[in-house]
Design a protein around this ligand. Structure first.
Ligand SMILES: [Zn+2]
Ligand SMILES: [Zn+2]
Length: 261
């Protein structure tokens, strides 16, 4: 087996939104840090993408939820149901992190679907406020983001030096700069093309300006509404951000903090 060339690996599990389209599932991202596996958001369909990416639920250590719109967390129920399978017996605990409301969400889901109660593994729910906490070999900083009342962006810094930041859904706010300051890769929403801005969301130009202010090394634009198709989102962003720019698509893989940087 060859040694990994990156300190951290990012896989886009879903680059879409609440609007169903053929080739983009709603929001979800996988971070591989050594043998640890973290998901950021788990929108509907992203568990299937996780399987396509070759990651078993046996190996999933933690899920970080940015907010509770269904396009960011609706696979939580299917995740908890699947983990009860004898297939995963003996696996380690699953840690789920999110703003206050997480416990109520899981309680409500479990009231509706009693068979979501953990069996054969431990489920740890962590309601987090803005601030820093540790997961496995990483330090995570939760930053309040303007979208819903309690939306959080997450910055994940691995012990090996690699770092990635996730905006979740976001409208313009200075906290995006704090979130992504000097980060190796900034995964930030750009929901609609320039000139078609939606309340609570960004456009490629706005996203790129925040990435530039933050001094992020690489920008990944994501969370594309159908209006984005046919627009040159990269060019719109490149006018405001000089670092490398990627447009997310489902199952896109990117090394983060590659050797020799
Ligand atoms: Zn969304
Ligand atoms: Zn949202």
């Amino acid at each position: 087996m060859t040694a990994p060339t990156a300190a951290m690996q990012l896989t886009v599990l879903g680059s879409g939104t609440a609007i169903p389209v053929a080739d983009r599932f709603p929001a979800g991202y996988l971070l591989a840090i050594g043998d640890r596996r973290l998901m950021v958001d788990c929108g509907p369909g992203t568990l299937r993408r996780l399987a396509q990416a070759g990651t078993s639920l046996r190996d999933l250590d933690a899920v970080l939820l940015t907010h509770y719109h269904t396009d960011h967390c609706a696979d939580l129920g299917p995740l908890l149901f699947a983990l009860r399978s004898p297939l995963f017996a003996g696996r380690g605990p699953l840690h789920v992190f999110g703003a206050p409301g997480l416990q109520r969400l899981v309680d409500t889901l479990t009231q509706a679907w009693p068979w979501l109660a953990p069996r054969g593994y431990e489920l740890h729910l962590h309601e987090v406020l803005p601030g820093t906490f540790a997961i496995a070999d990483a330090t995570v900083t939760a930053v309040p983001i303007r979208h819903t009342a309690q939306s959080l962006g997450y910055r994940v810094a691995a012990a090996n030096g690699a770092s990635a930041a996730f905006s979740g859904d976001a409208d313009e706010c200075d906290e995006l700069v704090e979130l992504a300051r000097g980060v190796d890769v900034f995964v930030c929403e750009a929901a609609t093309p320039d000139g078609q801005k939606l309340d609570g969301h960004l456009t490629p130009s706005l996203t790129a300006r925040f990435a530039a202010r933050a001094g992020a090394r690489q920008l990944v634009l994501t969370h594309f509404y159908p209006e984005c198709e046919g627009h040159d989102l990269r060019a719109a962003a490149a006018a405001h951000f000089g670092g490398s720019i990627a447009l997310a698509h489902d199952l896109l893989q990117l090394p983060v903090g590659a050797r020799g940087r």
